[in-house]
Design a protein around this ligand. Sequence first.
Ligand SMILES: *Cc1c(COP(=O)(O)O)cnc(C)c1O
Length: 458
Amino acid sequence: MKLPYAEPYRIKMIEEIRQSTPEDRAKWLKDADFNLFNLKSSQVFIDLLTDSGTGSMSDRQWSALMTGDESYAGSRSFQELQETVQRITGFRFLLPTHQGRAAENVLFSVLVKDGDVIPGNSHFDTTKGHIEMRKAHAVDCTIDEAFDIENMHPFKGNIDLEKLENVYQQYPKEQVPFCLITVTCNTSGGQPVSLENIKAVKELSDRYGIPVYFDSARYAENAYFIKKREAGQEHRTIKEICKEMFSYGDGMTMSSKKDGLVNIGGFVALNNEEVFRQASNITIIYEGFITYGGLAGRDMAALAVGLDEATEFDYLESRISQVEYLGAKLMEFGIPVQKPIGGHAVFVDALKFLPNVPREEYPAQTLGLELYKEAGIRGVEIGTLLADRDPETRENRYPKLELLRLAIPRRTYTNNHMDYIAAGLKNVYDRRNEITKGYKITWEPPLLRHFTVKLEEA
Ligand SMILES: *Cc1c(COP(=O)(O)O)cnc(C)c1O
């Protein structure tokens, strides 16, 4: 018998989570203006809002915390982190930041200006926010296969080279500061980008003299998929694949809350000394001195260990197998999910799940609220609320997909929890025809509305 995967760790410490009643949850939702971001964590049994900074650290990481060097300048923990980042990514310069969006702020302050165009695969929400805040535009060049949830393309995060070249031809070089490759591509369903595609993007961009940067929050998961799915890659180590991946870029922004296996942190890593010099000034203004960038020395020490652990095959195998386990359960129940199952989350197709809820009443948000009412599970809407309004027309932007994302924190829940989640969603699925009404907005902010939007029943 083939032995199944099993976690390459055992549990040394536990944290209590609590069940609640449907009556409790109905009341809490109302108090939260039907925005799941407004719930208290104590009101949630299984929290799948995000896999960002919500995972568990290892005993080695907790030990590393004690070795943190809190020197303002030139801390030993910074050096450990820099050595690790250089070894894994090959990038020469490192600027720590307090999280991923801060890395975006630092890098984009240097590179992005009014009227610029930044092509790439589907940009992450804060990334798009940082681009649009600067009156620049993000152009989504993801392959069309990504928007068909049944399409089994192994690399649905890939960039369509024709779409990319169109951008390069349409705009002068001065207006395209870089191409941004997000690995894995969260917005299209945690879908990976192939090494071949990354290489081709690099070659095309070189021809037009345009730099390539990575939005690399889940780069290790991306490397895992390359190893598993791309011809000729199966015998390489994750670290070898990562190194090659990054060799096709000029730099990266990182949210360490994902594949850094820590609860807070981020960084920019890059090769261009002039960009580094300018980005250092921005870091000093917004984050802190360049050898800590808003992080404690102990945070950097734990991150250095986390980056190494996250690029080990056994860890990635158990992590991604768990996400697949949940996806397979849902498929067994006939629930429409994005296929193939992505690296960090299962994405449920709300348009297919709740066909009776009008598009203007936010079906994916509605599904998220139903799942919470049913079982105390908190997912997150990746749909019209997230897509926000067009900055010029102020009309709702309706994305091609309306998804409920169930993000799985790293090394945190067991497969019993996965079974519970699947059962909760199946119960909602069984009564899907009775769900005909969604929600309407009563208040929203001008930017990144999904975090603070207020809703009421339509
Ligand atoms: C999380 C994430 C970010 C932003 O990082 P934060 O640490 O949440 O600020 C940017 N890009 C991608 C792809 C991400 O997943």
